[in-house]
Structure formats: C-alpha cells, structure tokens
Design a protein around this ligand. Structure first.
Ligand code: TMP
Length: 212
C-alpha cells in the first residue's frame, strides 16, 4: 500500500503523563497491519546525535541551561532528526509517527516569556526548513491526573523539564490547547481520559481519510 499512498507525518503531543508514548506505539502497530511502512520515533531524539542532545537537555538541574540555549538545543536535535530520519522516510513514501515534535518547543520553551512563538518557529526554519506534521494529536487530560501518572512513572525522579512546577505545566497545556483552536486543520485535541484502546481507535478514525 505504501507504494501508492504518500508518506504522512503524524506527531503526538501533550503534557507529561498523557499517554503519548503508549498511543504512538499502538498507532504505529495498527498502521503497520495496514501494510504501511511506519517509523516510530521521538523527540528530543530519534537519531544517535539527537539522542546525545536529549541526554544533555534532560539531565542535571534546571539552571544547567538558560532558556535560549535550551530552545537552540531542541532545534538542533530536531534538525538532526528531520535531516537523517524524518525527511528521507517521507520522501520514500513512508509514514513517521513522532512522540513530540515542534509544538513541544512552542509550548515548553515559550512559557518563561523569554522567547515567543515567532522566534521558536524561526529556529525551526533554520534547523529543519520549517517542516510541519500533516496531523498533530494533542492528548488532553486534567493536569492533576497527568501529574499523578507522570509521578507514578518517574517515581519522584522526573527529568530536568518534567520536574518543573505545576504552574509551568498548566501553561504548557494551555499553549497546546491554543494550537488546536488556532490551527484546527492540522492540530486535533483528543480527550485522553478514556481507555488506551478507545483512544487509539479515535486516532485511527481520524486518519481514515489517508488510509483508503
Ligand atoms: P518525554 O518525551 O520523555 O516526555 O520527555 C521529553 C521532555 O522534554 C518533556 O518534559 C518535554 C520536553 N520537551 C521540550 O521542552 N521541548 C521540546 O521541543 C521537546 C521535543 C520536548
């Protein structure tokens, strides 16, 4: 089937503990059963160089990087990821499912107010030619439940960014919701409080226009 359908680029976004990784895996498995070649990947990371940058970004204390450096490092990791994995796969007509992409930078790196959306998008233009997903799913659950899930997963050992306070994470989630409002064609808000299977089925239904 991948010979006749063009490759599609899907990103999953949301706060900590919203189930993105689980859904990314389930979605790529289901798409593969349809005969598609699917690359399941993540950000920051997805290639050896970008995984090295991930390690730099997510370990150590919050003061390790200032917000501009942090935004530049995310853009650098994304540049590697786009150049070495995402763009070549799409050019071959394959699908890419990424657990986080540019909307995470727009949401997380703009909270402090030091950088705005235009600046973050201009870093993306320089690093990755402004590549945007064909569809982005924002997984949305109440912040309290997400925080409980993230705590259970990390067992009190959150990474450098996940460990920021709840006010920060609420602002991040508000930004994600605003992308769904402002860019309704690409960005779809998904209620992620139901079962894993129900959510995956909603995502598949949403993609059905590209699957026949
Ligand atoms: P996770 O994908 O394992 O949840 O961890 C990645 C962390 O990095 C998470 O706290 C969100 C954060 N992040 C950003 O702040 N900006 C970005 O551009 C990306 C991709 C992730």
């Amino acid at each position: 089937m991948s010979d006749i359908l063009p490759g599609r680029f899907i990103s999953l976004e949301g706060g900590e503990g919203t189930g993105k990784s689980t859904q990314a895996k389930a979605l790529s498995r289901l798409l593969e059963t349809k005969g598609l070649k699917v690359h399941l990947t993540r950000e920051p990371g997805g290639t050896p160089g970008a995984e090295t940058i991930r390690e730099l970004l997510l370990t150590g204390n919050d003061e390790k990087w200032n917000m501009r450096t942090e935004a530049l490092l995310f853009a650098a990791a994304r540049s590697e990821h786009c150049q070495s994995l995402i763009k070549p796969a799409l050019e071959r007509g394959e699908w890419v499912i990424s657990d986080r992409f540019i909307d995470s930078s727009r949401a997380y790196q703009s909270v402090s107010g030091e950088l705005d959306d235009v600046q973050i998008m201009s870093l993306h233009q320089v690093g990755s030619g402004g590549l945007m997903p064909d569809r982005t799913f924002i997984l949305d659950i109440p912040e309290k439940i997400a925080a409980q899930r993230a705590n259970a997963r990390d067992r009190g050992d959150s990474d450098r960014i996940g460990g920021r306070d709840s006010e920060y994470h609420q602002k991040v989630m508000a930004s994600f919701r605003s992308y769904a409002t402002n860019e309704p064609e690409r960005v779809h808000l998904v209620d992620a409080s139901s079962s894993v299977e129900e959510i995956t089925s909603k995502l598949m239904q949403n993609l059905s226009e590209w699957l026949s």
